[in-house]
Design a protein around this ligand. Structure first.
Ligand SMILES: [Zn+2]
Length: 293
């Protein structure tokens, strides 16, 4: 009886122990499951919070008031609709603005607008800090190329137009930088802006755009009067050719060989280009983005 009692006690103890063990095991499992559920919830919460934070950050970056920004106004003239489509397919404005924002930090926003202006111009408006790239100037450059004989192909006409557009954009960017960054210049601002345009184009490896701008200036239908703030079209053309030659006298020897620049000016161009590179490089250095360091 005593033995039976002991066995029963043992069995009970065993059963109890097993039950306890199972209870503990079950408890650990349920605790683990609860912990996992909490962890999953926390992760989901964190991910949602992280995602919300990233969204806010991106929105802030997008809404950041500084730097160059782009706006296409809606043209009405069918020719301008076509030209705008060309410019958008080309993607130049977007790429140029991304490039500028990746190398320069501006304290202000500068809005670049492709728009109809009523005259063949490109402007920088200091009051609103806007660059207006006018459809009319694209039309003017198109008609200059279409007037060449033999008549160039449509592709050549579009290329010519694109080069002029690129040059004029960086020219206006030059005015914007001088204003927004209070850059000290003592020469004629129009020439200094032409220098920046040439500098950016040749250093970016797209000097053919500078050639097209030089061709455009040399063929402008109406010369600016002597008192105009711009140099005469022919002078602007020779300047651009000079700086391009100065950038690479060997690679660009064709400029002198083909009579686009007289030797008397060409021999001083390497020094002129070096001077403009050093000057613009020094002026912009304090505003270079860290990524460019
Ligand atoms: Zn200008």
């Amino acid at each position: 009886m005593k033995l039976l009692g002991a066995v029963v006690a043992l069995l009970i103890a065993f059963a109890l122990g097993r039950a306890l063990y199972e209870y503990q095991e079950g408890d650990v499992d349920s605790q683990l499951a609860a912990a996992e559920a909490q962890l999953t919830a926390a992760r989901a919460e964190n991910e949602a919070a992280l995602s919300a934070t990233v969204t806010v950050l991106l929105a802030n970056v997008d809404a950041r008031p500084d730097g160059f920004r782009l706006h296409y106004s809606r043209p009405h003239d069918p020719d301008y609709v076509r030209d705008q489509r060309l410019i958008q397919e080309w993607g130049f404005l977007e790429a140029a603005i991304d490039g500028l924002n990746s190398i320069l930090v501006l304290p202000e926003q500068v809005l670049i607008v492709l728009t109809e202006c009523g005259e063949a111009e490109a402007y920088y408006l200091p009051e609103s800090r806007e660059v207006w790239m006018c459809h009319e100037v694209l039309k003017e450059s198109r008609s200059i190329w279409e007037g060449f004989r033999p008549r160039p192909t449509e592709e050549a006409v579009n290329l010519g137009m694109s080069g002029v557009f690129a040059f004029l954009l960086y020219h206006e960017v030059g005015h914007a930088l001088i204003d927004v960054l209070n850059l000290p210049i003592t020469g004629r601002e129009e020439d200094v802006a032409d220098q920046l345009a040439t500098y950016i184009l040749v250093e970016s490896g797209v000097e053919r755009y500078a050639v097209q701008a030089g061709t455009f200036f040399a063929n402008l239908p109406a010369e600016a009067p002597f008192w105009d703030e711009h140099s005469l079209g022919a002078q602007r053309s020779y300047n651009v050719m000079c700086w391009m030659y100065g950038y690479d006298p060997v690679g660009n020897s064709w400029i002198v060989d083909e009579g686009r620049l007289p030797e008397a000016r060409a021999e001083r161009c390497p020094r002129e280009y070096e001077q403009l590179r050093t000057s613009w490089g020094g002026l912009l250095k304090p505003y270079r983005a860290l990524v460019a360091e």
